[in-house]
Design a protein around this ligand. Structure first.
Ligand code: TPP
Length: 286
């Protein structure tokens, strides 16, 4: 019997457009948190700026809203400060792979035990429709009337290559599968990335529900996520068919396992040396 009910995560009015993929992502997240038997006070969410980044506003959880693209370092700091909290970062493709691209890369290299849920609508929604790092080549926007000249970034392939411990691609149009993947991602030790494909009904008229429905196809039942070579090939498939599911899993050591400052326990439980702290501040006061 679960210690928690979905009602404990609350119900709020949102600022999203009717039909937005964010609604299913929010309800799947609530289901996943219940599946993981997590109480709201045990969850620490971190986001950035954007429509996707508003998701934690609509949940009863601890929440820190970082600057645009700057949520991941805050999530890592929270994780190493207090391992009793389940740290979940949630934001958009622009925030995570564009403005936050460098932090995303550093996080992949470190493999900390945090979960990244990225709403990938292949466009900048909040700022009204500029191309994002995952927008297709040639994607026409008001800012790029001749079409996006850049090639799309593939976060899933990169995460497999860099050795995140859990990598998945999901689709907001399949909410039950999404909830299961989110729960698995939260439970898996090490860095988990779930890139969640999501239509933006207002600013992306190319990658629509129909477009995704025609392409998204579930991985076969006998798919082995522990095979990195197959995982990389699967992650690179993004065309007429887009494989959906848990693409890669590993059980490699995490950042926390190798971070010497944690040898004496979590930072929040270590005594504060006021003299050392005073000396640090003195350097800035002069
Ligand atoms: C450093 C910085 N650059 C740009 C902006 C403007 N800005 C705010 S949200 C946003 C785009 C958000 O897109 P995405 O992260 O994909 O989320 P969505 O709104 O599509 O869910 C931009 C460019 C900002 N606030 N800060």
């Amino acid at each position: 019997m679960s210690r928690v009910t979905i009602e404990e995560y609350g119900k709020y009015e949102t600022a999203w457009c009717p039909g937005c993929g964010n609604f299913n992502i929010l309800s799947s997240l609530k289901k996943a948190l219940v599946m993981c038997d997590l109480k709201p006070h045990e969850v620490q969410m971190v986001s950035g700026i954007g429509q996707a980044a508003k998701t934690p506003y609509y949940l009863n959880v601890n929440h820190f809203d970082g600057l645009h693209g700057r949520g991941i370092p805050a999530a890592l700091a929270m994780r190493i400060s207090n391992p009793n909290l389940k740290v979940i970062y949630e934001s958009g493709d622009g925030c995570t792979y564009g403005e936050g691209g460098n932090h995303f890369l550093a996080c992949l290299r470190r493999n900390p035990d945090i979960t990244l849920f990225v709403h990938d609508n292949m466009v900048y929604g909040l700022t009204k429709g500029q191309s994002s790092p995952t927008s297709g080549h040639g994607f026409v926007t008001k800012a790029q009337p001749a079409g996006n000249p850049s090639n799309p970034f593939n976060p899933v392939a990169l995460a497999v290559l860099m050795g995140a411990n859990f990598v998945a691609r999901a689709y907001s149009g399949k909410p039950d599968q999404l909830a299961n993947i989110m729960a698995e991602a939260i439970k898996h030790k090490g860095l988990s990335l779930v890139d969640i494909l999501q239509p933006c009904v207002t600013f992306n008229k190319i990658n629509t529900y129909q477009w995704f429905n025609e392409r998204c196809s579930e991985l076969p039942a006998d798919y082995d996520p522990y095979n990195r070579e197959t995982a990389l090939k699967t992650a690179m498939e993004f065309g007429d068919t887009i494989p959906i599911g848990i693409i890669f899993k590993a059980d490699n050591p995490t950042f926390e396992d190798n971070f010497s400052a944690l040898e004496k326990g979590p930072l929040c439980a270590q005594p504060l040396n006021k003299e050392n702290l005073g000396n640090v501040f003195k350097e800035y006061i002069a």
